[in-house]
Design a protein around this ligand. Structure first.
Ligand code: HEM
Ligand SMILES: CC(C)=CCC/C(C)=C/CC/C(C)=C/COP(=O)(O)OP(=O)(O)O
Length: 299
């Protein structure tokens, strides 16, 4: 059962509180917190001496900008979210918040978030964050109903946060920033296609085309998930190869990638939702492990 369906059950049991909770829900806080953490990871890896002000600014700025992006995504998908079990209880499909209110909210979040980053960090990281918002909200989101390539497009803003953190710390992207982007970019394919596998019926009902190839829950899709996950093994060693971190983190990242990859073999063999859920949960474990060991083993 997807995370949102568990939340939905809880929501049905507990009566809705004030509308403030609904504005909070528009931010997709758990997803946003992991996005923000990946930005903080990039900053801490890039900085010679972390500044509390810059760390706070990056946390607040990227939280607000990502929250704005998620709010715009829900404004655009209000009618489609109504059709999916996983999303039908969101504030906009339920009519608790109007599109106009959500749009004002999203604009305020983006302006404040951008101002915080521009004031306390640098122009480049601010522009990259706003570019991520535009790509995610206005390119990826509309493409979801047109082509499975939308996932490739969404993986760019989804992969940017650690690179944005690196740019916030150094002012440059460099090969290091690209490596941090590439790992998170690649991670998203197994992460999401596992979710799309489990939620396939829901997605198809709402007209979304999210699974690769012919969009079926078949061995081709399972092999595709495995291939993309396989790339994480050599990519996990890149920070070591380029002198960003030591050997220990490279080995741990490769081992974590092997564990993640092993889960995908289960899906090739069984082709069940249960096997796909194991990949989804492995994705939630892989990213924080790898980003934390890189930080601990930073050169
Ligand atoms: C192409 C890019 C991505 C797509 C299409 C995608 C899609 C999704 C979807 C549909 C869910 C909801 C699962 C549910 O309702 O239970 C989800 C959950 C989640 N995603 Fe992703 N995601 C992407 C990238 C990312 C990135 C970049 C991060 C963080 C670095 C991330 C972190 C999470 C987390 C933490 C959850 C669980 C949220 C919760 O507990 O409510 N995802 N993802
Ligand atoms: C700094 C900044 C703005 C970065 C953007 C980072 C970001 C929002 C990444 C999320 C990536 C993504 C495609 C999530 C799923 O959205 P979805 O619409 O597929 O999820 P849903 O179906 O649950 O609505």
């Amino acid at each position: 059962m997807l995370v949102a369906e568990v939340q939905e059950k809880e929501q049905l049991i507990t009566p809705r509180k004030s509308r403030a909770k609904d504005f909070y829900d528009l931010l997709k806080v758990r997803l946003t917190m992991v996005v923000v953490f990946s930005g903080i990871f990039g900053y801490l890896l890039g900085t010679k001496e972390a500044s509390a002000i810059e760390l706070i600014a990056l946390t607040i700025g990227s939280f607000l900008i990502t929250g704005s992006a998620n709010t715009i995504n829900q404004i655009l998908e209000k009618e489609y979210d109504k059709m999916m079990k996983r999303t039908m209880n969101r504030p906009l499909p339920l009519g608790i918040i109007t599109r106009k209110e959500a749009a004002i909210y999203a604009i305020v979040l983006a302006v404040v978030g951008g101002a915080v980053m521009f004031t306390f960090l640098n122009t480049f990281s601010t522009l990259l964050s706003l570019l991520s918002l535009v790509l995610y909200a206005f390119v990826y989101t509309p493409l979801k109903r047109i082509t499975p390539l939308s996932v490739l497009v969404g993986a760019f803003p989804g992969g940017f946060p650690p690179m944005i953190g690196w740019v916030a710390a150094t002012g440059f992207v460099g090969i290091e920033g690209l490596i941090l982007f590439a790992i998170q970019f690649m991670w998203q394919f197994p992460h999401f296609w596992a979710i799309a596998w489990v939620a396939d019926k829901d997605y198809k009902k709402a007209g979304f085309k999210m699974l690769p190839f012919n969009g079926d829950k078949d061995v081709n899709t399972a092999i595709q998930i495995s291939i993309y996950t396989m790339f994480l093994l050599p990519m996990g060693f890149l920070p070591t190869q380029f002198g960003i971190t030591g050997y220990i983190s490279g080995i741990i990242a490769a081992l974590a990638g092997a564990g993640f990859l092993f889960q995908t073999f289960g899906l090739i063999k069984e082709k069940t939702d249960k096997a796909a859920l194991k990949i989804m949960f492995s994705s939630f474990i892989y990213l924080p492990i790898v980003q934390i060991v890189y930080l601990i083993d930073k050169i």
